[in-house]
Structure formats: structure tokens, C-alpha cells
Design a protein around this ligand. Structure first.
Ligand SMILES: [Zn+2]
Length: 391
């Protein structure tokens, strides 16, 4: 019955499209937003459940993960090359010697963690060729059978070694595209051939770039790579070129810091680069978007103390809204990032558990709608989030 499932939430609602938060009320029914409007007087509505003082926003989009390596327990000694760079980094040795069922279990564990911590969408860069993609499918199937509500994902494959057209064909058949370790693993002719194949199938082609050392952005831009991952060692000139080409950059600050690197988000924003946020290798960094935003916020403050607009931008970059761009270009018709009635959107709710966030907003001198993002980034954690679809 409608009365049993219909529920109203009033408070600060994030509507995206440059608006950010505004006051209002949304009605949810069976996981769908059925109404979105101005604040309501609940005294006049009989028999309808309502929750006041909520902060409501789309779920996070974790734009860069490697979820299959969380089974690895080696301590992070020896730097980037020794730990994560293929083919002989510790991570790749472990992946090669581990059954895909175990890798699948690792993935499922991380998917469940993401679902319980406010992330609704992700883009995973599978390693290990077809086996790596199989492991993701094992995780998804197991999750489905067990009835878990797991996030919506784009899954990119990666060739095991060199250019093998049969392997590439199979990878593209089974995935949403390719996510390479680095363009420099291939000759420029090979890259042309690979991107031709990807484009023929209308899929996504993405790559890591300038993570531990600077790489020229030209080749990545020319082959329409989208998005680019890291750019921790990019120059201002590189960032301008990337901004001009309108290619988003996914920053993974906690991952970079493990290897004495740091993405210069301040310079990226100044250069006009569109930023997305990812958590990278799950054996080093759990896919916790609150923690990622927290670190990013501190880096931003360190670089340019107090520029609230930049922090707001970082928060907006972390939400499911960028998935619309993925959806339009490549994904399989997911509308879950869009805050609009009639869609089965996913929403983060901060209610009683987030009193500190609420108090900060209400007590802060001069705080207004434009600063809510700042208080969420500064104060909220996974402990504060509830999923309003299931609350
Ligand atoms: Zn990565």
C-alpha cells in the first residue's frame, strides 16, 4: 500500500547541475523518488511517515578502483615500482598466483563495503586479462544470489601482456572497455590499433598517466583516452592541455600518498581540469569515499587554505552526477546518478547520526547553502550515512 512505503524527507537536498543544496522535501516510494519540491507542512498530511533535518544527496561515484587485490596482505614496502607496477610488482605476482574465486571474494567484500558506506557507482580497472573479468562476474553473481544490494559498476579489462587481438576481442566482449596501466606499455602503432578496436565497439578507453613520473599527455589526448588516472607528476602545461581537451582526471590522493606522491588538485582546478575521485588499489586503500574526500580536503587546505569554492567542487566531483557523462557516452543506460523524479536514484541520507554536520551548518556564523558541502567533507564519515532507499 502507498501509505506503507511512501516516506517524506525534509531538509537540505542536493540537486546538482551547479545548484548544490537547497531546502526542500522529497518523497520516496519503493526506492524511487516520486516527488521533489519545496518544504512541506507535515501537519496537514495524515498517515505519511516523515523525517525532518535530513541531508540528502546522490550516492558517491568511485571513479577508479582495483577491487580484486584486497586479499593481499604484503606490507607496502619498496615504493610504487616494487608494489604495483606490472608485470612484476608484488600485487601482480600475487594476482597471478591466486585462484579467480578468491579474487572474486575480495571483490565482493569491497562491493559490500562500498554499498554500506554511501557509494553507489564505481569504475573498476580489472587486471589479469579475462580471468580478472571473470573474478568480477563471480563477485556480482555471488552477491546477487545472496541478495546484496551492490553498487552499479563500469568494468574495464586489461590485456595480460603485449598485443594479442584474440585476447583484446574477448576482453572487449566481456567488459565496458579497456583500462591500461600506461600507454608506454605499447608502441604508438599498437595504441592506434587498440583504440580503433575499442572505438569500433563504442566502448571506453582509459589509462593511468603521470603517476610516478611525468608522461606527455599528447598521446593520451590524441587517442581519446577518457578519463585519465592520477596525473600526480603533471606540469601546469600538461594540465592545461588536458583541460582544453576536456578530458577528466581521476585523482586518488590516498593511493598517491602511499608512494610519496600527491595530486595537485589546486593546480588542476585552476587549470580548469574536471576532477573525479577514486580510491585505486584496495589492498592499500579501502574504497571509502569519505576518507578519500577528507584527505583531499586536507591536501587542498595545505595548498590553498580556506578556498571554500574549491572544496565544494571536490565534493560535487565525488557524487554520482559524473556517471551521467559515462552513461551518455558508454554505460548501459544507468540513470541512478540523476536526481529526478521517476528514476530509481540512490541517495545518501545524513540524519540523527550526523548531528555534528547539522550543528556545524546551523551554528556557523554566516553559513549558508553554499557551505553545506564543506561541512560534509570536513565532518561526515561512513558512520553518518544511511541509504534512504532502505531506511
Ligand atoms: Zn590504478
Amino acid at each position: 500500500m502507498r501509505e506503507d512505503t511512501l516516506r517524506y524527507y525534509s531538509g537540505f537536498i542536493f540537486r546538482g547541475d551547479g545548484i548544490g543544496f537547497s531546502e526542500g522535501t522529497v518523497a520516496m516510494e519503493d526506492g524511487f523518488v516520486v516527488e521533489d519540491g519545496s518544504p512541506k507542512n507535515f501537519g496537514s498530511i495524515d498517515g505519511v511517515k516523515n523525517t525532518r533535518n535530513a541531508i540528502i544527496a546522490p550516492l558517491f561515484f568511485n571513479a577508479h578502483t582495483h577491487l580484486g587485490d584486497s586479499f593481499i596482505t604484503d606490507p607496502p614496502q619498496g615504493g610504487l615500482e616494487k608494489m604495483v607496477i606490472p608485470p612484476d610488482g608484488v600485487k601482480h605476482q600475487r594476482l597471478r598466483s591466486t585462484p579467480k574465486k578468491l579474487i572474486g571474494e575480495s571483490i565482493l567484500r569491497e562491493l559490500k563495503f562500498m554499498a554500506s558506506s554511501g557509494t553507489g557507482f564505481f569504475c573498476d580497472y580489472r587486471e589479469g586479462g579475462v580471468n580478472g573479468l571473470d573474478a568480477m562476474n563471480i563477485a556480482k553473481e555471488t552477491g546477487k544470489i545472496a541478495g546484496f544490494d551492490i553498487p552499479t559498476g563500469l568494468v574495464l579489462g586489461r590485456p595480460t601482456a603485449g598485443l594479442d587481438f584474440r585476447e583484446l576481442d574477448e576482453l572487449l566482449e566481456l567488459s565496458d572497455g579497456l583500462g591500461l596501466n600506461s600507454l608506454s606499455d605499447f608502441s604508438s602503432d599498437e595504441i592506434m590499433e587498440i583504440t580503433g578496436l575499442v572505438q569500433d565497439r563504442g566502448k571506453l578507453f582509459s589509462t593511468h598517466l603521470s603517476e610516478g613520473r611525468r608522461e606527455r599527455p599528447g598521446p593520451a589526448v590524441e587517442c581519446n583516452a577518457w578519463p585519465l588516472i592520477h596525473l600526480a607528476c603533471a606540469t601546469d602545461d600538461d594540465l592545461r592541455k588536458i583541460a582544453e581537451a576536456q578530458v577528466p582526471v581521476v585523482v586518488c590522493p590516498r593511493s598517491n600518498l602511499m608512494f610519496s606522491l600527491m595530486p595537485n588538485v589546486y593546480r588542476m582546478i585552476k587549470a580548469g581540469v574536471e576532477i573525479m575521485i577514486g580510491t585505486d588499489n584496495s589492498f592499500l586503500t579501502r574504497p571509502d569515499m569519505y576518507a578519500e574526500l577528507d584527505v583531499l580536503y586536507r591536501i587542498f587546505m595545505h595548498m590553498n587554505r580556506g578556498e571554500i569554492d574549491g572544496i565544494r567542487k571536490l565534493y560535487h566531483s565525488s557524487l554520482g552526477i559524473p556517471l551521467l557523462e559515462f552513461g551518455r557516452k558508454y554505460a548501459r543506460g544507468s540513470h541512478r546518478g540523476k536526481f529526478e523524479t521517476g528514476f530509481n536514484i540512490a541517495v545518501n541520507g545524513f540524519t540523527e547520526g550526523a548531528q555534528a554536520v547539522y550543528q556545524a551548518i546551523n551554528n556557523s556564523v554566516g553559513a549558508g547553502m553554499s557551505e553545506i558541502e564543506y561541512f560534509i567533507v570536513n565532518r561526515a564519515s561512513v558512520m553518518d550515512v544511511i541509504d534512504l532507499r532502505t531506511a
